[in-house]
Ligand binder design. Structure first.
Ligand code: THU
Length: 133
């Protein structure tokens, strides 16, 4: 699948955002090794700290459904005027399941995006040796 197609699915996924507190919808689309795509959106709460980002929504949904290997991630922030990168918590979660060279694209639109990788957004990643299975 082309990255543009994956990005378009992330934009579409942002329509599922529940973000009445920030007014900032985010969509994520995760390309799985089996060729399927799992999407997610940010889901907020009136207890503000409980917001779950689009990236983690997508990754948790995928992993909960038996998919643990991913080949690309697209994140769409349609209401930002510059490419908003995944937050620190999401970078750690992405790195749990993604290879360092996995392509990551983020931005408000295809024409205003950053093309990078898992290692690009999360350098000095460590402690993978703690995984037991
Ligand atoms: N958010 C995401 O879902 N992903 C990001 O990469 C950045 C931030 C959400 C969290 C919160 O619902 C809103 O955007 C504002 O921070």
């Amino acid at each position: 699948m082309e990255m543009k197609e994956l990005f378009d699915l992330a934009l579409k996924a942002a329509e599922g955002s529940y973000s009445p507190y920030s007014g900032f919808p985010v969509g994520a689309a995760l390309l799985c090794k089996d060729g399927s795509v799992v999407t997610g959106a940010n889901i907020e709460n009136r207890s503000y700290g409980l917001a779950n980002c689009a990236e983690r929504t997508a990754i948790f949904a995928a992993v909960a459904n038996g998919k643990r290997e991913f080949t690309a991630l697209a994140v769409a922030t349609p209401k930002s005027d510059y490419p908003v990168a995944p937050c620190g918590a999401c970078r750690q979660v992405i790195s749990e399941f993604a290879a360092p060279d996995m392509p990551v694209v983020f931005g408000p639109s295809w024409d205003n995006r950053v093309d990078t990788t898992c290692a690009g957004i999360y350098p000095y990643d460590s402690l993978h040796e703690l995984a037991k299975n």
